[in-house]
Design a protein around this ligand. Structure first.
Ligand code: UD1
Ligand code: UDP
Length: 388
C-alpha cells in the first residue's frame, strides 16, 4: 500500500514522525512517501524538526512558502496534485489543521484517492479561526478519521460523519513527546539561557488574533513584562510574532527587555526541556496545551476558546482569555503555588501510531473483501483523467 504522508508546518512534524517510523517498520505492507509542502521553511521552523525527530529527508519538497491563505492553499494544491498523479498512492495521510492539511486532502479527494486525517474532530466552534475552516473541510473530505479524544468523536457524529470512518486512536504528538522526553533531558538549553528548573515561565504566542492586532499584542507584551518582573520569562517567538513585535515598535532583535528573553524559535528537543521544567507555560498554541497536560506543567492559554477542551477538563490547562490583567492574575496564582494539576487523557500514550497502522491494515483487508470479482484493489484509483 503506497501511502503519502504530508507535513508542512512546525506542528505537523511531531504528528507525522511516529506514523512514518511505524509504516517503515512494515515494509511488506506499506511503501511510505514523505511530502513536505514547505509552508514553513526557515531552518528553525522546519529542518531542525527533521533532525530532532529522526525524520528522513522528504521524498518531495514542494517549496510553497508564505502567502495569503488562498495563495498558500492553492500553491500546495497545484504542487501536490503533480505528486499525487506521479505517485498514484493508495492513501494520503494528512495531520493537524494547517493550510497544507486542507490543500492536500482536497487534491486527494478530487483524484478519488482515499484520505486519512490524523487529529480529526477537534472544534473550537470559532470560524474566525482559519484552522477551524481547515478542520471542518478536511474531516468531511476524509475516508478515515483518527481522533485524539472522545469529544472529537462526538463532534464528528454531530456533523453526520458515519461511525465506521471514526477511529479513536490517541494523540501522535504525545507519542513523539514520550519518545523524545529522555533525550530532551540531556538538552543544555537551561544552562545556556541561565534558567533553573522550576524557576522560569515559558511563553509561545503566534495566533493572528493575538499578534496581528497592535493593541492586543501591546497589552499581552506588557503583561509578559509584568510577569518577567517576578520570574524569568523565556519567549521563543514565532517568525510571525517577531515581525509584529518589530512592526509595532515593541522590540528589536538584540534588545534587552529585562528578564523577558525573546529568542528565535527553538528546536523540539530544547523546547521540550524548557516545557518540562517550566514553573508555568503561557501559550496560544494548540500542541503546547496538550504537551503541558502530559508533562503536568500548569498552562495558561491566551485564547477565548480551545478546540482541545480535554486539556482543561482533565489536564493542566486554564483558558484565561486575552485580557492582560487576567493573564497576570492567573500567572500570579500559579507562582503562588495554586497551579492546576491534572491527569492523562485516555490513549495519550506511545502506541498511537501502532493503532493507526492496525486500522490501516484492517481497512485494506476489508477493501479487498468488498472488491467486485475481477476488480484490482492494488490499482490506485486516481481519477484525474476522467475528471478533466
Ligand atoms: C501556521 C498555521 C497555524 C499553526 C502555525 C504553527 C495555517 C492557516 N496556520 O500559522 O495553524 O498553528 O503555522 O506554527 O496554516 N514565516 C517565516 N518563516 C517560516 C514560516 C513563516 O518567516 O518558516 C512567517 C512569514 O512572514 C509568514 C508568517 O510567518 O507570512 C506566517 O506563516 P504561515 O505559515 O502563513 O502561518 P503561521 O502563522 O505560521
Ligand atoms: N515547538 C518547538 N519550538 C518552539 C515552539 C514550539 O519545538 O519554539 C513545538 C512544541 O513543542 C509543539 C509544536 O511545536 O510540539 C507546536 O507547534 P505550534 O505552536 O507552532 O503550532 P500549533 O500547535 O499551535 O498548531
Amino acid at each position: 500500500m503506497k501511502v503519502i504522508l504530508v507535513a508542512g508546518a512546525r506542528p505537523n512534524f511531531m504528528k507525522v514522525a511516529p506514523i512514518l517510523k511505524r509504516l517503515r517498520a512494515h515494509p511488506a505492507d506499506f511503501l511510505p512517501v514523505f511530502v513536505h509542502t514547505g509552508q514553513h521553511y526557515d531552518a528553525d521552523m522546519s529542518e531542525v524538526f527533521l533532525a530532532d525527530l529522526g525524520l528522513p529527508q522528504p521524498d518531495y519538497y514542494l517549496g510553497v512558502g508564505s502567502g495569503s491563505h488562498a495563495e498558500q492553499t492553492a500553491g500546495v494544491m497545484k504542487a501536490f496534485e503533480q505528486v499525487a498523479l506521479a505517485e498514484r498512492p493508495d492513501l494520503v495521510i494528512v495531520v493537524g489543521d494547517v493550510n497544507s492539511t486542507l490543500a492536500a486532502a482536497l487534491v486527494a479527494a478530487k483524484l478519488c484517492v482515499p484520505v486519512a486525517h490524523v487529529e480529526a474532530g477537534l472544534r473550537s466552534f470559532d470560524r474566525s479561526m482559519p484552522e477551524e475552516i481547515n478542520r471542518i473541510l478536511t474531516d468531511h473530505l476524509c475516508d478515515l478519521l483518527f481522533t485524539t479524544c472522545e469529544d472529537a468523536n462526538t463532534n464528528l457524529r454531530a456533523e453526520g460523519i458515519p461511525e465506521d470512518k471514526i477511529h479513536f486512536v490517541g494523540n501522535t504528538m504525545v507519542e513523539s513527546l514520550l519518545t523524545w522526553r529522555a533525550q530532551a533531558e540531556r538538552s543544555t538549553i537551561g544552562r545556556r539561557l541561565g534558567v533553573e528548573p522550576g524557576h522560569y515561565c515559558l511563553v509561545t504566542l503566534h495566533r493572528p488574533s493575538n499578534v496581528d492586532e497592535p493593541e492586543r499584542l501591546k497589552g499581552l507584551f506588557r503583561a509578559l513584562q509584568r510577569i518577567a518582573a517576578q520570574i524569568p520569562v523565556v519567549f521563543p517567538a514565532h517568525p510571525r510574532t517577531q515581525n509584529r513585535l518589530r512592526e509595532f515598535g515593541l522590540w528589536q532583535p538584540g534588545a534587552e527587555v529585562g528578564q523577558l528573553m525573546i529568542l528565535d524559535p527553538l528546536g523540539y528537543i530544547d523546547f521540550l526541556w524548557l516545557e518540562s521544567h517550566a514553573r508555568l507555560v503561557v501559550t496560544d498554541s494548540g500542541g503546547v496545551q496538550e504537551e503541558t497536560t502530559i508533562l503536568g506543567v500548569p498552562c495558561l492559554t491566551v485564547r477565548e476558546n480551545t478546540e482541545r477542551p480535554i486539556t482543561i477538563a482533565m489536564g493542566t490547562n486554564v483558558l484565561v482569555g486575552t485580557d492582560p490583567e487576567r493573564l497576570v492574575g492567573e500567572a500570579e496564582r500559579v507562582l503562588a503555588g495554586r497551579g492546576k494539576s491534572g491527569s492523562i487523557p485516555p490513549l495519550w500514550d506511545a502506541e498511537v501510531s501502532a493503532r493507526i497502522v492496525a486500522v490501516l491494515q484492517q481497512w485494506r483487508r476489508s477493501k479487498a473483501q468488498r472488491a467486485e470479482p475481477g476488480e484490482d484493489v492494488e490499482a490506485p484509483a486516481v481519477c484525474a483523467e476522467a475528471n478533466r
